[in-house]
Ligand binder design. Sequence first.
Ligand code: OAD
Length: 239
Amino acid sequence: MDSTLASVRALLRQASRIAALTGAGISAESGVPTFRGAGGLWRNFRAEDLATPEAFARDPKLVWEWYGWRRSLIAEAEPNAGHRALADFEQRGRDFTLITQNVDGLHDRAGSRNVLKVHGDIWTQRCVACGREREDRSAAIDGVPRCAPCGAMERPGVVWFGEGLPESVWQRAQDAAARAQVFLVVGTSAVVYPAAGLAGLAKSAGAAVIEINIAETPVSAAADYSLRGPSAELLPQLI
Ligand code: OAD
């Protein structure tokens, strides 16, 4: 492992254009449960059962209860050493792009300034009728929040299965992946597309792909380096 870490450090030192894609695993050591694997279920529902426009249309209260539960866990959580390592990296003045599937805001709280949130932000909510968006950082959600001006239901400002990603954010994520010399894939099961496709895009554009995960994923076989272990331990050793 030591020689692998040394090789990855050297790659990162030499690269002038780097991008990273993070997923729920980077926040696991902050106490935020991942979607898949142990602890991923909420009342026996999978993310795919609740994070959809159909689930919200059927039972908005249930969907908001789930988001309320996630918000209360996230509100208690602190960024960990993995988030902080990526924030430090950004401050070193290189061309570094942080792309995250996470909606928890822990990268921002760790000090990252340019975070491409391809799946939105759990602390925003959007009116289903007039589209008005606002930030609401209260952890407890009582029933279904309503839009103050028009009275219609608000939904979480996140991307659900079957929905498109925010266009300009997604474009910037693809551009960063395509120009990166090194592409880090951290704590994601890499099964949810299109975000999961960024590693392949980076690789086919010539980047070295480095995966950091406690388990094997569909990215592992094609990665130039697959580092097995918790990101809060490994990232500070690399960066
Ligand atoms: P998942 O829950 O699918 O995967 C979490 C990954 O993190 C797994 O591969 C774990 O092995 C890994 N992991 C867990 N603890 C770790 C640690 N301490 N260090 C490193 N790796 C660790 O989460 P995502 O891949 O982020 O989308 O899920 C993708 C999307 O599916 C989410 O953005 C969300 C979800 O449904 C939407 O809601 C649209």
